[in-house]
Unconditional design. Structure first.
Length: 209
């Protein structure tokens, strides 16, 4: 029997995950059946179950991949000189995520924002998924914290700025923008960049203490 290459195995796994992501984004986790995933991926039950035991494992795999892409993006930015500012980095992170996970629904909607909103709801009832998200969030937060520290080293922000607090707020900003994409739909080009740039240009009118 011919040995199946790792490249073939990886491509088949990708085919299954991409098909599942489209199904979940289209109909939600609970309204999607494994039969829906099989049809979308155009594979037999045996081919799919060789890689994943069911919907829960598919969901965890998709979520884990997204969090890993974001962590790698922010960790890479932390070692750049000078470090990219949020108006550059956050749009870049979303672009990179879209490049590696470009799935679109029939109407042209990107699947990631819709999946993100569904995951937030699902973690309220699914402890295993919640644990995965918490671990992934902490890794992304640590990567952002390192990036904020690099802003300090480059004298771009105050030396006493709370790096952890800033990291959490910047993550929330990116999440909020993605939520708008899911709920409202496509926003005007440049909205994220221009909004961040305007926010960063604010001056504090309060007298220094």
């Amino acid at each position: 029997m011919a040995r199946v290459s790792q490249a073939h195995l990886d491509a088949r796994r990708r085919q299954i995950l991409d098909g599942a992501a489209l199904c979940f984004a289209r109909n939600g986790f609970h309204a999607t059946s494994m039969q829906d995933v099989l049809k979308e991926a155009d594979l037999s039950a045996g081919a799919v179950y060789r890689y994943f035991s069911g919907k829960d494992e598919l969901i965890r795999a998709i979520v884990g991949e997204v969090l890993e892409v974001l962590r790698e993006t922010y960790e890479g930015a932390a070692v750049e000189t000078p470090p990219p500012l949020p108006d550059v980095l956050i749009p870049r992170a979303l672009r990179q995520l879209r490049e590696v996970r470009p799935g679109l629904l029939e109407g042209g909607e990107w699947v990631f924002p819709r999946l993100m909103v569904q995951v937030w709801t699902e973690i309220l009832r699914n402890r295993e998924l919640a644990d995965l998200v918490h671990v992934g969030y902490d890794r992304v937060r640590v990567a952002w914290t390192r990036l904020v520290e690099s802003y300090k080293s480059a004298d771009l922000i105050a030396a006493d700025a709370d790096a952890d607090a800033m990291a959490r707020v910047l993550i929330a900003l990116a999440q909020g923008y993605a939520a708008q994409l899911a709920v409202i739909g496509n926003l005007p080009p440049g909205t994220l960049e221009e909004g961040l740039r305007a926010l960063m240009s604010m001056r504090d009118p309060r007298p220094a203490v």
